[in-house]
Write a protein that binds this ligand. Structure first.
Ligand SMILES: [Zn+2]
Length: 199
């Protein structure tokens, strides 16, 4: 077991029941699966009437993870939006560029060859003006390092964290819309009643 899970567990142990409830009901979407599991342990240990809610949250996390996986798979099977080739699976990188002293990042989706080409264009295109200031030089070098790491990720035939993030945004938007349409209350009524029950 990792040290971080241990420290999370220790942290939850120090929280009040009310705070645990707050996290489960309001902040649990920001937790990782491990975080939710530890929270569930604490809820079980204290016998709080939140088991149903936390199980729903875990299920939701599992559902959305498999939706994101599926979304990544579909995106990766599309023809390359840059060259149109269907030969390679697509992936995504976030390339950093410095233009006239301004640093920005750009999301790029494409096949391996196109992304490598995009990266060299970005780097070759560094304005000579960047070289006139130390800041320009330093941030230019940082950008090159960042971009090299991004391209390096493509060597593994897996969705990059950038593609995952992109797919996650798409899925969360779809998920939210679906929930609104069927008007699902994220907090189950039964749990809320149980919590208000006099003890
Ligand atoms: Zn391409």
């Amino acid at each position: 077991m990792s040290v971080s899970i241990k420290s999370v567990r220790k942290h939850y142990r120090t929280l009040s029941d009310a705070r645990i409830r707050e996290i489960v009901e309001g902040e649990s979407s920001t937790l990782t699966n491990d975080g939710l599991m530890v929270l569930k342990e604490e809820i079980t240990k204290r016998n709080l009437p939140l088991l149903k809610t936390i199980n729903n949250k875990l299920q939701e996390k599992e559902d959305i993870t498999s939706l994101i996986e599926e979304r990544c798979r579909i995106i990766r099977d599309q023809p390359c939006p840059i060259c149109g080739s269907e030969e390679y699976k697509l992936n995504a990188v976030e390339l950093s560029k410095v233009r006239l002293g301004l640093k920005s990042t750009e999301f790029n989706l494409g096949c391996y060859d196109c992304l490598v080409k995009k990266n060299s264009e970005t780097t070759d295109g560094y304005s000579i003006l960047n070289l006139f200031s130390l800041w320009g030089l330093v941030s230019g070098n940082e950008s090159i390092k960042h971009n090299t790491r991004q391209i390096e990720q493509l060597k593994v035939d897996q969705p990059t964290p950038e593609l995952w993030k992109y797919a996650e945004q798409l899925e969360r938007a779809v998920y939210r819309e679906a929930m609104q349409q069927i008007n699902i209350n994220p907090i189950s009524d039964n749990d809320s009643k149980e919590l208000n029950r006099p003890t």
